[in-house]
Write a protein that binds this ligand. Sequence first.
Ligand SMILES: [Zn+2]
Length: 51
Amino acid sequence: MDRQPRRGWMRLLPWLRLYRCSNCNRMRLLSKQKVDSARLLNAAQVRARGG
Ligand SMILES: [Zn+2]
């Protein structure tokens, strides 16, 4: 997922981050904690595949 530039209205929701899903290209609002854990999981899977 790609981090998207912060928009004006997002300042109202500082605990959320806007991301674009690399699978379906949709914008998603996720909490940073959720994204961080998903990233760690994804990184572990990439390492497990050897790349
Ligand atoms: Zn998706």
